[in-house]
Design a protein around this ligand. Structure first.
Ligand SMILES: Cc1ncc(COP(=O)(O)O)c(C=O)c1O
Length: 365
């Protein structure tokens, strides 16, 4: 039996009617930019993340970009972030002419090692951009303490962690802004690109709203230079229709993770992911580690077991960042994790026999 890494069609079958009728309502209304559906989604996610303000945006990437723009990050500035993540955070920092300053990761949570952040702060540092990877928040207690002491802004990349908590506080709600992605494979996925920024700061929220509309406030009067970073109402309608399912889907992901944890407990050859006791992970991914990752991946491929490598090359080694001047062996933990990590299927609709098949294939290896 082969097992898909992710099968979005199974999920769509459970929400098809609600999604189609919500999208139809938007089309019938012909309110195709902004409007009540976007506002309703913003309000629902504002409440869910325990934030004062929520602003729908065009993607998770644009949530990060708009946040950095609203904070005034630009040429000559430095922003501290993780070298082990999707490209977007470092890419957005660099696009604004600022410098991504990488800090190595914690080998257990794969998130930025907060104990190394202070050493990376210089006079040019403007912000810290932690990424809550694979569904688990970075050490936001430590990061918030550093921010308080230094006055630095914190942009939380919570693209993979809607619904995650740290000491009971929701992802996105602790930093200066929190950025979410609704890329279709995320825990809450749109039918295309979509994102959200949350903040507790009303003035910053007003700035963010303007930046998402070419810096206009009111319309056609531009005190800022922004972009077109608006969330489509059709995407908002899809997300609203799916939102009531988010918690049950998260519980199913957590149950799948618990099944793997128990099944691999006696497998000395692989490390299962560690969730810090103060964290609630929403398991956007379930990533194991093996020193023989490439051979394990070949074995799983040969047995039809879906798997993915997130991420094969740390950001300081990407050709486009050669100008930053890092050495390949800077950030040894990130490099090692890139060589050893492998994501297994974790999506909520996985069947029990599929989970057993994945475990059997890994154990056979
Ligand atoms: C950690 C992280 N940050 C940012 C993004 C960017 O989100 P988007 O694809 O919606 O632009 C993603 C996902 O794609 C992500 O995983």
């Amino acid at each position: 039996m082969s097992v898909p890494f992710l099968d979005l069609k199974r999920q769509y079958a459970t929400v098809r009617q609600a999604v189609r009728s919500a999208v139809d309502d938007v089309l019938d209304s012909q309110v195709c930019i902004g409007g009540p559906v976007v506002e309703k989604l913003e309000e629902a996610l504002r409440a869910l993340t325990g934030s004062r303000q929520a602003i729908g945006v065009s993607s998770g990437t644009d949530a990060l970009l708009a946040s950095l723009m609203a904070l005034g990050v630009g040429p000559g500035d430095e922003v501290i972030t993780s070298p082990f993540t999707f490209f977007a955070p470092a890419g957005c920092i660099a696009r604004l002419g600022a410098r991504p300053v990488f800090v190595d990761i914690d080998p257990h949570t794969f998130n930025i090692d907060a104990s190394q952040i202070e050493a990376a702060i210089t006079k040019r540092t403007r912000a810290i951009l932690p990424v809550h990877l694979f569904g688990q928040m970075a050490d936001m207690s430590a990061i918030a303490a550093i921010a308080k002491e230094t006055g630095l802004a914190v942009v939380e990349d919570a693209a993979q962690s809607l619904g995650a908590t740290h000491h009971g506080q929701a992802a996105g709600s602790i930093g200066t802004t929190g950025c979410f992605s609704f890329f279709p494979s995320k825990n809450l996925g749109a039918a295309g690109d979509a994102g959200l920024v949350v903040t507790q700061d009303d003035a910053l929220a007003a700035r963010l709203r303007a930046i998402c509309r070419h810096g206009a406030s009111p319309k056609y009067f531009h005190s800022l230079i922004g972009g077109n970073f608006r969330l489509d109402p059709i995407q908002a309608a899809v997300l609203l229709a799916k939102l009531p399912h988010l918690e049950p889907w998260t519980l199913a992901r957590q149950q799948n993770a618990a099944f793997y944890d128990a099944a691999f407990r006696d497998c000395a050859a692989i490390d299962t992911p560690l969730v810090a006791p103060e964290n609630r992970s929403v398991f956007n991914q379930y990533c194991i580690r093996s020193p023989s990752r490439d051979a394990l991946q070949e074995h799983l491929d040969a047995h039809g077991i879906g798997n993915m490598v997130y991420y094969p090359l740390a950001l300081h080694r990407q050709p486009c960042f050669a100008y930053l001047g890092y050495e390949d062996d800077d950030f040894p933990v990130a490099n090692r994790v890139c060589d050893e990590i492998l994501a297994l299927p974790i999506f909520p609709e996985l069947r029990h026999e599929e989970l057993e098949e994945v475990v059997a294939a890994v154990k056979m290896f």
